[in-house]
Design a protein around this ligand. Structure first.
Ligand code: UGA
Length: 428
């Protein structure tokens, strides 16, 4: 079959997940029609304006596949084009910690009755959502196909998946087959299962990865007491095939739009079914405390932080994204200011979102600008460019060359050689 003969795919919600999903399906040859209620966003995508999100490789992918990508505000256009409708709307946490499903509900309400179309749920939803939707819409063909994309490497994660999970219940088999066929050229193990299990795979995977991070962060804190180096400990642990090397990087806590939300959603989901998920309480608490431990590392060297100038290197929740949601920098800057410090910061791409979320933080256009006159620096996000900085020169610009490496990203010997007092996380 020629690439252009592949069946069309509909995408509902053109946020980060929807745009990556649509562009990647177009890349492998599917005509894609993507709908969003935000007319401004659709107009910008049609006109070729810069993408509203920073995701490496995505602008090129969208550009290369323009002929196969249609952006619209009209649901009817998507319904006419495709039987498979990938639901990619967001499900932000509510104040109670439950997932807000109002956007998913609006999509379901907009679908016609009958089995002509299938709703393929990519949005992260609590286990049981598929069953709830089908109770109120018994004819709806429904497939759970959770996404496992990481911000910053979403395009390659999509095009080279570890596994593809397709959950469907009796009556929805044709759609599950069609979804599996769409993913088939990408490789990756196919997990065909029921809807509730597919939903749980997503939440359990994110909660387990968050647990791994909180675990290694606690090990790091113990390493500090016994003079061990957590990087060495993680290396030695990770070589055990049962443990694996991934997500054992100690630091100042996980952030982003997924882990905090999904850990909390799973905890609430368990609670709603009458089960108290004790472990996840600790995972969340360790993560909160980890962000705050930096303060004591500073006071150890500086005493009171009142009147001190502290520079943050990096603000985004991780490198290669401008995403500031649940970023450790938010808590950290508030705590520093609460202790009486002035906070100045530099991030290579997150300046726009950071400016809106951190109005009382001085934003600098370079690392050197942020460090000039500072009493301490904290490396918050491990942007590759920070490894290349001229640290000898930067030490000379600071009032006091002290650095807390919140991601264990820099070489302690090199920094000490450059004249810095260096503090890592769990590095003896
Ligand atoms: C995460 C999952 O990794 C994806 O599989 C999932 O699809 C996605 O959530 C989602 O549910 O949409 P993401 O939030 O983009 O992806 O970012 P990660 O790369 O997983 O990092 C999350 C946070 O953990 C970051 O703040 C990062 O700095 C931190 N982290 C990660 C550590 O502190 N240590 C590590 O070893 C790894």
């Amino acid at each position: 079959m020629e690439a252009s003969e592949k069946p069309p795919i509909g995408v509902i919600g053109v946020g980060w997940v929807g745009l990556v999903t649509g562009a990647c399906f177009a890349e492998v040859g599917h005509p894609v029609v993507a709908v969003d209620i935000d007319a401004g966003k659709i107009e910008a995508l049609r006109s070729g304006a810069p993408l509203p999100i920073h995701e490496p490789g995505l602008p090129e992918l969208v550009e290369r596949n323009r002929e196969r990508l249609t952006f619209t505000t009209e649901m009817d256009e998507v319904l006419a084009a495709s039987r498979l409708l990938f639901c990619c709307v967001d499900t932000p946490p509510t104040y109670s910690g439950d997932a807000d499903l109002s956007r998913v509900d609006a999509v379901v309400a907009a679908l016609p009755d009958g089995a002509e179309h299938a709703l393929v749920m990519k949005s992260t939803v609590p286990a049981g959502t598929g069953a709830t939707i089908r109770r109120s819409h018994p004819d709806l063909v429904y497939v759970s196909c959770p996404e496992f994309l990481k911000e910053g490497s979403a395009v390659s994660d999509f095009l080279e998946p570890d596994r593809v999970v397709v959950g469907a219940d009796p009556g929805s088999e044709w759609a599950a087959d069609a979804v599996a066929a769409a993913y088939e050229p990408l490789g990756g193990e196919l997990v065909r299962t029921d809807v509730a299990s597919a939903e749980m795979i997503k939440l359990a995977s994110n909660a387990f990865l968050a647990t791994k991070i909180s675990f290694i962060n606690e090990i790091a804190n113990v390493c500090e007491g016994v003079g061990a180096d957590v990087n060495e400990v993680a290396r030695g642990m990770g070589l055990d095939g049962r443990i694996g090397p991934h997500f054992l990087q100690a630091g100042i806590g996980y952030g982003g739009s997924c882990f905090p939300k999904d850990v909390s959603a799973l905890k609430m989901l368990a609670g709603n079914t009458g089960y108290h998920f004790q472990l996840l309480n600790s995972v969340i608490e360790v993560n909160e405390l980890q962000k705050r431990r930096v303060i004591s590392k500073l006071t150890k060297h500086l005493g009171s932080l009142v009147g001190k100038r502290v520079a943050l290197l990096g603000l985004a929740f991780k490198p290669n994204t401008d995403d500031m949601r649940e970023a450790s920098s938010l808590v950290l800057s508030a705590r520093l200011q609460g202790e009486g410090a002035t906070v100045v910061a530099y991030d290579p791409v997150a300046e726009g979102p950071a400016g809106a979320m951190l109005p009382s933080v001085e934003l600098s256009v370079s690392a050197a600008g942020a460090l000039t006159g500072a009493d301490a620096a904290i490396l918050v996000t491990e942007w590759p460019e920070f490894a290349e900085l001229d640290w000898e020169e930067l030490a000379g610009l600071m009032s006091n060359p002290l650095i807390v490496d919140g991601r264990n990203f820099l070489d302690p010997e090199r920094l000490r050689g450059a004249g810095f007092s260096y503090e890592g996380i769990g590095r003896g």
